[in-house]
Design a protein around this ligand. Sequence first.
Ligand code: ATP
Ligand code: MG
Length: 538
Amino acid sequence: MQLHSVKIYSLHINCGGEEVYINKTKYEHDLDGKCSSTYYKDGNWAFSNTGHFVDYQRDSSPYILSNTSNLHDISTHDSELYTTARGSAISLTYYGLCLMEGNYTVKLHFAEIVLTQYNSSNILGKRVFDVYLQEDLWLKDFDIAKEAGGVGRAVIKTCSIHVKNNTLKIRLYWAGKGTTNIPYRGCYGPIISAISVDADFKPPRFGKKTNVGLTVGLIGGVILFLCLDFWIWKKCCFRYRRDDILAGKGHRHLLGDIRVFKFSEIKAATSNFKSSNKRGEGGFGSVYEGKLKDGTIVAIKQLSSRSKQGREEFIDEISMISSMNHVNLVRLVGFCDHKRPCVVYEYMRYNSLSQALSDKGAKGRLTWPVRVQICMGVAQGLFYLHEGSNVQIIHRDIKPSNILLDENFIPKISDFGIAKQNENRKSDHTINIKGTRAYMAPEYATRGCLTPLADVYSFGLVALELVSGKPVRQSFADDPNISVFDKAHVLKDMKGDLLELVDRDLGNEYSPEEALRIINVAILCMGSCPPPPQTNHA
Ligand code: ATP
Ligand code: MG
């Protein structure tokens, strides 16, 4: 190994890819080592890759990965960085060599570009690994898709680190967690898209510069400083305003990276709430498709003046969504605190599940694998709400119009405005009843008894609706006296053929085993009402 004697103060690598320039910064190519081996590059950096994918069952190399499609929300200026990645079966270590001693900012660029390529079952796949800087554990159980808010999305992790002995060590280590066989056998281990390392200190100058150069540099520096000051001042104003809005409700801690829009921006995005941009209307107001200045397409929900949702619920909804981050929950982009408040969400290309099921053209796209994917995604989103974050959230209004579908038919649960944090289980049954009756668990509808099982019950109805292709309270054409819901119970009790429930539009294009499993799970969910709670007001 031949090392450069000249010290460097920055390092940029396009892992698993060609050399690229991003904002005039050169990211070095990193295409060598298509098999599991230790490899040192002849330059200022090196890597070592250990572990064999013993169970690997595909033709392409699992060590150099690429995907040029299915990348979402990745800004165009640096998208090249995310189209490739380097993978490892166990441990992948990058070494920055010859770095000057001092403090550096390390940025690791990640995007889950493997699981995105497989449509129906990919959402079950979970890649989990640990990241060490020098010898210290930095990111434990790191899950790219979870951090980025979905597969095919970029996430950059930033850290400051002191470099001694001219060496920086970045180690990604598969800790044996996550899935190993989804979407194909041997799919696991850490992956990384790019690395950037920049000195926090001013690098010493080599060689003399002219006085003109120095003067220009100084003036430039002063201008830059003033611009930076102005930018920080603007950011602070913005932040205080956002905090002011939410502080009154004590939600400051729940803030995520959400934007506050001016009403004029909302008007411009929706062409002044043009009716052709309207995508639907619910109990709280109308939903419009909008285009932001930067070209992003969003869904804008404007609360109607006669809305049942007050400002309080509006703020609740914002705080609630901003604190939640899961691929199966709709992502909040921002809000507008106008007298007609608006909430801005990521736009869902295929609208809602209820729309997809009721529209003949759209229903054709709901093939069996897509329906299974939706069912699994909703279950995972609900599991996250109930068990996956610090607070337990009971949604209270799980129904097909609150299941939105993105361009890959990945389901996203929406409408947390009426959700409730389950802080005190003892007093659950004393809460106000909110939601949609047709999908409500009986114990909740009649007695206001609220536990996560209320959502489980509604999920059962949604699952049944997915299999049967029609609203569960709707009857069959050849038997108008019995609804899907009743028929499911009758068939179960009489040990009849549950496959009679399957949507006839699917013909034979479905898996009977999967259909039976889903129907049985749905029936179990609907039978999951707990006994009436003991009255025990603590
Ligand atoms: P409820 O008020 O009981 O929730 P709802 O779900 O039908 O009823 P909204 O949540 O206001 O009402 O949504 C209205 C419609 O707007 C939805 O059915 C869906 O078709 C569409 N919609 C909502 N959010 C989005 C989104 N993020 N992207 C695309 N379409 C959306
Ligand atoms: Mg809704």
